[in-house]
Design a protein around this ligand. Structure first.
Ligand SMILES: Cc1cc2nc3c(=O)[nH]c(=O)nc-3n(C[C@H](O)[C@H](O)[C@H](O)COP(=O)(O)O)c2cc1C
Length: 219
């Protein structure tokens, strides 16, 4: 599949634990100048409140911008945010072209809906559009352990063309902080879409480069 970075990217955050993964992804995409169509489920808002003491209710866009500006030089963040039940949003139609969609984190509830073709909210509908248009859809599921139904749903969604990932950070990049772990998961998601990033140290990448230069200099 050819990615056109001028096309918008659909980002959905659902109510699995780890809303921070979704917000970090949003931050990366906006920093990279990607046009983002964002949808946040009610479940995600509840989790953000519990996990991050971030209450986005009532003034979602402005509160999100305040969050994004925290600890950074204030700037104009530009993105489209859609109400979870707005089936009139552009992303509810397959004819609205996008470079794909990521759901991070993805709850097992949303996973189940997608695997069974339900379109009870805009996230489900936008994902269904991605699948039918054969655009890239990556879901980063978070649950532990997985039940039989969830495992079957993951298989069904993968067979339908989605990439099913888990929010399972590795340790081979020698993480020192929780941010390192978040960036690992977000970075591996971004890899699926071909975004260039330096969010984590790739396995042996430096060592290979060093060997290459080492052998050159020893000639
Ligand atoms: C603090 C908190 C943590 C949660 N963690 C998870 C989780 O890791 N995985 C999951 O599938 N659901 C989790 N849930 C439950 C979902 O939020 C709930 O099932 C919700 O209906 C999912 O709907 P959504 O997919 O539309 O966001 C959590 C809920 C809360 C309040």
């Amino acid at each position: 599949m050819h990615f056109n970075n001028d096309l918008p990217f659909v980002l959905a955050i659902t109510g699995a634990s780890g809303s921070i993964y979704g917000l970090r992804t949003l931050q990366f995409l906006l920093d990279a100048g990607v046009k983002v169509d964002l949808v946040i489920s009610d479940g995600a808002m509840q989790v953000m409140k519990e996990e991050m003491q971030l209450d986005l209710k009532d003034d979602l866009q402005n509160k999100l911008i305040t969050y994004l500006n925290e600890g950074a030089a204030p700037r104009d963040w530009s993105f489209s945010i859609h109400n979870i039940l707005n089936y009139g949003a552009p992303i509810a139609s397959g004819s609205y072209r996008t470079q794909g969609m990521a759901i991070i984190p993805c709850s097992v509830g949303t996973l189940g809906a997608l695997a069974n073709g339900l379109t009870n909210n805009l996230i489900h509908r936008a994902a269904a559009c991605c699948l039918k248009e054969r655009r890239k859809l990556v879901v980063v599921v978070r649950e532990m352990p997985f039940g039989h139904i969830q495992l079957k749903n993951m298989l069904a969604l993968s067979e339908a063309g989605a990439i099913v990932a888990c929010a399972s950070p590795g340790f081979y990049h020698q993480p020192q902080t929780i941010s390192d772990q978040i960036d690992f998961v977000v970075g591996r998601l971004l890899d699926q879409f071909g975004f260039d990033h330096q969010l984590f140290q790739r396995w042996k990448e430096d060592k290979r480069a060093m060997m290459k230069w080492g052998s050159k200099s020893s000639l």
